[in-house]
Write a protein that binds this ligand. Sequence first.
Ligand code: UDH
Ligand code: NGS
Length: 367
Amino acid sequence: MPGDPSVNFNLLHRICKLVVLLCFLHIFVTVVFYVRSFDFRVAFAQNQQSKHNAVKPAQVRNAEVRNTEDTPGVDPVIEKPKAPEEPKAPEEPAKKLEKCPETSPLLVGPLRVEFNIPMSLDLIKKENPNLQQGGRFKPKDCEALQKVAIIIPFRNRDEHLKYWLYYLHPILQRQQLDYGVYVINQDGEETFNRAKLLNVGYTEALKEYDYNCFIFSDVDLIPMDDRNTYKCFSQPRHLSVSMDKFGFRLPYNQYFGGVSSLSKEQYLKINGFPNNYWGWGGEDDDIYNRVTSRGMSISRPSGEIGKCRMIRHNRDQKNEPNPQRFNRIAHTRETMHKDGINSLSYRVVSVEKLDLFTKITVDVGKP
Ligand code: UDH
Ligand code: NGS
């Protein structure tokens, strides 16, 4: 009955009971959620700890250190605090490295090059701790754009080779190349054959790794600017365009000697290099003829970037000027299809995997 105090009291009593029940329900739900989130935090913390304790491969550890250090041109990676996520039991596989940039951020530009400082293989070894046996290297924190084999024709030039290794290894590493150095040593005392040794270097390097670019370099030539990248381009490249001994200019427009680069495809297109230039001169002109007769052109860096220094020396024994060279370069077009990588024959005497380079001694025969 309206206005009856016992009815009002009953209603109030029921409302109070409902409120108390709702309070209990609320407390219960809160406690359940709290306990569950506590369990989850413990599990997450344990998972993080075990991840940190796991031994990571050196490459990954170094990449992490490098990313957070002051590498020029590379922004430090700022880690955001991670929101708790479902714990993942198995360790994730190492992430694939990103490709290196087209221009390395590690380059410094012009370099001082001199040949009067005392040099030793031990010093060069100490200064290049990241080299692998046989003079191999690849960048740790990115995937190199090219796999480059550097081929050096060689005989009795140990002093020059030390300077080459001393200057070139740091440059090539700054250029972020995946590279290997192959010194192709002509065995015996017969007349020297530079181009045939280069063909041997191409063949032997490919037995070891899937190189797609080849640099052919004299042992006595040192670049004076690390922006002169030892890699391959859309056309065969001449790298030693501005040598000190020629007053820092090309001696003639068709000059292709000293240091050059050809991709595997470009090299095969010209059937490699001639095998029958014994003694000094003309083989580089023959290679130039091969390149242009196959419809390719020569690419070059600017005179400034292409500056290089040659170690002065006397003419080598058994490398006298080849009297047949003029006749041979006059007939490159007719001979190149049968004289080259398709007719190469030689005998490997030894392969030495040294700390700073791979030395392959070969018997290339005689004229
Ligand atoms: N090479 C050797 N040993 C030799 C001959 C040549 O290692 O006995 C290699 C070496 O890598 C050298 C390259 O082949 O850099 C080319 O040698 P080259 O003699 O054709 O060319 P280079 O310009 O000398 O070194 C040319 C003769 C210089 C005479 C100088 C007189 N002042
Ligand atoms: C040319 C040679 C090239 C040689 C160049 C530079 O005359 O093989 O000189 O030589 N060509 C012929 O002889 C046909 S250098 O001054 O570096 O010894 O590379």
